[in-house]
Design a protein around this ligand. Structure first.
Ligand SMILES: C[S@@+](CC[C@H](N)C(=O)[O-])C[C@H]1O[C@@H](n2cnc3c(N)ncnc32)[C@H](O)[C@@H]1O
Length: 235
């Protein structure tokens, strides 16, 4: 798969309100304090752990890892450009391992390896929080080919959820909902920049055709709810 670079590049996923609501949601899942050690796997520009660091001033700065070193990765965290399995083999320990919208990049076998290593990398009472797009009735605005690719990927995610359940056993499920209100113009820019992995392998022609579909299908302001399933595991 081609590399994803514009996921959180000035999109609702990097907006102040998204990050603040997401971190409020995290607070309902885990009690963090100055001594908490955090690892964010597939951190992108590290927006989430950066705000956590501002708030908690952790003794050990949160660690963010990603296979892509994006421009504008936040500076107040420790970023390493490295593949997740390779990093986890270092066997350091964390209180929170965050894996947000990243599992779909893994094969079934690699996901099992990731989970096994993540479990071994938890402090007592440590938590793994996995976030992934909800698979049923997903509201992300799409053009036809994009919807087809997305549905295929969400079907595969359902398989990955089964693997997670089998591997982690005692897990709990909740949803994180964010109400998106974005101008059509901005959303078209996001599509052009291939912000989501179901657009990565499309040709420019397919993207342009899709954009004309979005132009005629949606009003000037696009509103929908972005819902993530949260899978929570506690050691
Ligand atoms: C959809 S983005 C999510 C970024 C961030 N977690 C967020 O929610 O805003 C997925 C990220 O996972 C990274 N990624 C994919 N496979 C990876 C791997 N094997 N190891 C580390 N990072 C990976 C991608 O480069 C990408 O930045």
């Amino acid at each position: 798969m081609k590399k994803l670079k514009n996921w959180d590049n000035k999109t609702w996923l990097s907006s102040k309100s998204y990050i603040s609501q997401f971190n409020k949601f995290l607070k309902t899942k885990i009690n963090l304090n100055k001594n908490s050690k955090i690892l964010d796997i597939g951190c992108g520009r590290a927006n989430i752990i950066s705000i956590l660091q501002k708030k908690f001033k952790f003794r050990n700065k949160p660690i963010g890892i990603d296979i892509v070193a994006n421009k504008n990765v936040k500076k107040n965290i420790v970023f390493t450009k490295i593949e997740a399995l390779k990093y986890l083999k270092k066997q350091k320990k964390y209180d929170l391992i965050l894996i947000k919208q990243t599992i779909h990049f893994f094969s079934r076998a690699k996901l099992n390896q990731l989970l096994n290593l993540a479990k071994k990398s938890l402090n007592p009472k440590g938590k793994i929080l996995i976030f992934s797009l909800k698979t049923k009735n997903n509201k992300i605005p799409c053009f036809k080919k994009m919807r087809k690719n997305l549905e295929k990927s969400l079907k595969r995610d359902e398989d990955l959820f089964k693997i997670i359940k089998k591997n982690l056993k005692e897990v709990s499920y909740t949803n994180f909902n964010f109400k998106v209100n974005i101008s059509k113009q901005k959303y078209i820019r996001m599509i052009r920049e291939r912000y989501i992995s179901c657009l990565l392998n499309m040709s420019n022609k397919e993207i342009n055709y899709g954009i004309s579909e979005i132009k005629s299908k949606y009003k000037n302001q696009i509103k929908f709810t972005d819902t993530l399933k949260c899978i929570s595991y506690r050691k």
